[in-house]
Design a protein around this ligand. Structure first.
Ligand code: ADP
Ligand code: G6P
Length: 484
């Protein structure tokens, strides 16, 4: 990825924008090389994958953190997007990002698959950083601008921004699941979060379950009134609706058609010893992704002789993620132990059964892996959407390939022809992997084609257009009246 601070675009520092996106992360992280030089690299995760192409097409700005503690760099332009970095001190990173966002809210919103940790200091830090984002947006928004706030790090921002700038249209989209009432109510910050979210005109969720949970909480906790999808509360009205996020299908297809990517896919299979079956997993190294369940299933299949270790290879790509948080360090140790146990028993000289890659890759290399894989295993215990599943389907231009998909990923509501599994049911998961590995090309194509057609109709541009047109609706009506 190219670019850097560009003196020609220094004026972005004083501009005001009709569209602002706020997310904890900017689309690029500043990384410092061992030699001491700084460069910008793509930030991890599905939020950036989805929003990056959208913001390249809109004349707006993106407010977020640049990935390092310490003073914020000056505003700059990268890949055609105006970026306004927000400062996080070491203390903010500890309390707001690693603490409240990723050790309290993240596990709580993902069915508490790890125990959420509650800490007063983290909550204060979360409040302070949310105020900083709201103040930055208030300063940069043009009169009547659309401000689109993203994800669980910034749930207090809509309410704070509403008080600072009542003229704005404010939208909020949650990229992760919104939990059932009983779980949400464990959180000491629950009233403040609900009031923060209800500061938005429109709140969007990945799945109808999240939308319903939110509506029910507004009624139960704050005594709001629900009519259709409109919530009437003390401060005004908020619409809550479902907008399943997607990927840039055209870009994914271009990658799939690229001769260099196709050659690389063949090369990958050769480097792996041309196995009869290549099973692939691609995830951030996160305990919500069910990586351990997938490895356990694969290990048992080899033990039982249902998969032949000489003919089957699993590649598990695990992007490093949130590495200073205890839950993540413990997961890494467990995964690495399991991988080495499977290889210890089943690998041969020069022949691994599981290739574990704790690294980040560029889009082309990932696309080559998707093209090379016979079976894509996506087995989260809970996931807002899971864009990897959609990327795999969009890459398989000839309709071959087999997707094993957890019913607990938001994507399962759309990719209905996948081999759907409950990852907690190890026998079912094993059966699904075997069935996917043995599927004939005709069966693969029969399942893949409807999923590909669905994605072509529901790509990320449509997701953004649906959300923004809904958020902008009163303005659009106003314009229509003025024109009449
Ligand atoms: P999450 O947002 O929880 O990480 P998603 O599956 O929705 O999960 O999105 C993950 C995104 O990160 C996808 O766009 C995927 O291509 C990308 N990604 C996954 N693994 C890697 C990797 N090793 N290197 C670079 N990008 C990756
Ligand atoms: C998920 C979250 C995003 C987050 C990403 C990567 O996709 O929904 O908000 O940016 O994970 O996590 P990180 O903690 O590295 O930003």
């Amino acid at each position: 990825m190219t670019s850097d601070h560009d003196p020609a675009t220094a004026s972005v520092g004083s501009a005001r924008y009709d569209l602002l996106v706020l997310a904890n992360r900017l689309p690029v992280d500043r990384v410092t090389d061992p030699a001491g030089g700084d460069r910008w690299q793509r930030s991890p995760g599905g939020l950036v994958t989805a929003l990056h192409p959208i913001m390249q097409q809109h004349a707006g700005a993106w407010i977020g953190w640049h990935g390092q503690p310490g003073p914020a760099p000056a505003p700059f332009t990268h890949d055609g997007i105006h970026l306004h970095p927000v400062e996080l001190s070491e203390h903010d990173v500890d309390g707001y990002y690693e603490g409240q966002s990723n050790a309290t809210i993240w596990p709580l919103y993902h069915d508490a698959v790890e125990q959420p940790v509650f800490d007063r200091g983290w909550r204060r830090s979360y409040h302070t950083v949310n105020e900083r984002f709201a103040a930055t947006a208030a300063r940069l928004a043009a009169p009547g601008a659309l401000v689109w706030v993203h994800d669980y790090h910034l749930q207090l921002v809509p309410g704070m921004l509403r008080r600072l700038r009542p003229d704005l249209r404010i939208g909020f989209f949650l990229h992760i699941p919104f939990p059932p009432v009983e779980l949400f109510c464990q959180m000491p910050l629950r009233d403040e979060i609900m009031r923060g979210l209800l500061g938005a005109d429109l709140v969007g969720f990945q799945h109808p379950h999240g939308t319903r949970n939110f509506q029910q909480l507004a009624v139960d906790l704050l005594g709001a009134k629900l009519t259709g999808d409109v919530i009437e509360h003390g401060e005004g009205t908020t619409t809550a609706a479902t907008f399943p996020i997607s990927i840039d299908v055209a870009t994914q297809q271009r990658l799939a058609d690229d001769p260099q990517v196709r050659t690389r896919a063949t090369e990958i299979r050769r480097e792996l010893g041309d196995p009869a079956t290549l099973i692939l997993g691609v995830d951030r190294l996160d305990y919500t992704k069910g990586i351990e369940h997938r490895l356990a299933a694969f290990g048992e299949l080899l033990n039982e002789g249902r998969l032949d270790p000489a003919q089957t290879v699993m590649v598990q790509v695990a992007v490093p993620s949130r590495q200073r948080i205890d839950h993540y360090q413990a997961l890494r140790e467990r995964v690495e132990r399991t991988v080495s146990r499977i290889n210890g028993v089943h690998a041969g000289i020069g022949r691994l059964c599981v290739h574990y890659l704790h690294q980040s890759y560029d889009r082309a290399e990932l696309a080559a892996l998707y093209l090379a894989a016979d079976v894509m295993a996506v087995t989260p215990l809970r996931d807002g959407m899971n864009l990897v599943a959609k990327e795999y389907v969009a890459t398989r231009a000839d309709g071959t390939g087999a997707l094993v998909l957890s019913e607990f990923a938001g994507a399962a509501a759309e990719l209905r022809q996948a081999w759907t599994v409950n990852p907690h049911d190890l026998d079912q998961l094993k059966d699904a992997i075997v069935a996917a590995a043995h599927a004939t090309p005709d069966e693969q194509i029969a399942r893949m084609q409807p999923m590909r057609a669905h994605l072509r109709r529901h790509d990320v541009n449509r997701w953004a257009a649906d959300f923004l047109s809904r958020l902008d609706r009163p303005v659009v009506q106003g314009q229509a009246e003025a024109a009449a």
